[in-house]
Write a protein that binds this ligand. Sequence first.
Ligand SMILES: CCCCCCCCCC(=O)SCCNC(=O)CCNC(=O)[C@H](O)C(C)(C)COP(=O)(O)OP(=O)(O)OC[C@H]1O[C@@H](n2cnc3c(N)ncnc32)[C@H](O)[C@@H]1OP(=O)(O)O
Length: 259
Amino acid sequence: MILRCLHAVRRFIPHCPALCRDAVSKRSLVKIPELLYSARASARGLSKMSLWPFSVSPWDFSQPNASWNAEMQEVYDRYNALCEVKAEETEKKPPWRKLPSYNRSLKYVTGGVYLSKIIQSKARLFTRNLKEHGAAFEYVVFMNKQEKRCVCLFQAGHLLEGPPGYVHGGAIATMIDTVTGTLAGYLVGPVMTANLNINYRSPVPLGSVVVLHGALDRIEGKKVFVTCRMTSTDESKLHTEATALFITVGPQWNSFEVS
Ligand SMILES: CCCCCCCCCC(=O)SCCNC(=O)CCNC(=O)[C@H](O)C(C)(C)COP(=O)(O)OP(=O)(O)OC[C@H]1O[C@@H](n2cnc3c(N)ncnc32)[C@H](O)[C@@H]1OP(=O)(O)O
């Protein structure tokens, strides 16, 4: 019955052929709630067509999914609870905020260079380009703007193998770039990575969960210096230390203020 419904969705919503292909070919009952959610999102997307050039069916990859192990879920719950806690005295907004994560939030942002329509339509954020949950980069970023720092929970999937049984150093660098870049971008606006300096202290077992702690070091004109440590979830083990330099790009760079 559910599969028949999905066939019907496929017929009437040509914008989600991949979704229905997955549903019909894999016939996975586990995925059906997710697929139905996606189908609803796609249907909602149809009504958003007038908002072009914004993406019509954004999927928030920062939401928990079935691939998360118990440790990832536990640490997520802990930080997510902080997002509900208001500053006691002032009753202002909670200092922590979970950031949503999309694989392409704007359809046609080319950075000013020419990109063919095919490239533009297929472009996806590197860390969010797989449909299979848990295979590669599972992560969520919590931001604390007041303290100019962030925390990222990262579960390293099996496709990120480097040395047998351990995470590839490039995948670790990718996550550090992502976390530090997200923090810099959140604080000052669009940035590009100019320098990334990484010390690998202890290997990260494949499938394990680690925490990346990003913090603003200083800002000098266009230059934003950020530090990052990757640790075990209880912070007893240091996996990686890094410093990153970002350069603000765009016209607003000399008018921002970080208080
Ligand atoms: C929604 C999801 C968000 C996910 C976040 C992901 C974040 C990922 C970010 C990236 O991966 S970006 C891709 C990788 N990076 C690049 O491709 C950047 C390539 N390089 C450039 O485009 C330019 O070199 C750059 C924009 C970084 C700088 O060019 P500018 O012409 O704007 O800088 P300029 O040469 O005016 O230098 C400005 C200052 O920065 C300094 N600087 C520039 N590059 C440097 C460098 N590499 N090392 C040290 N200092 C550097 C430079 O000396 C100078 O210092 P002073 O102001 O003190 O004189």
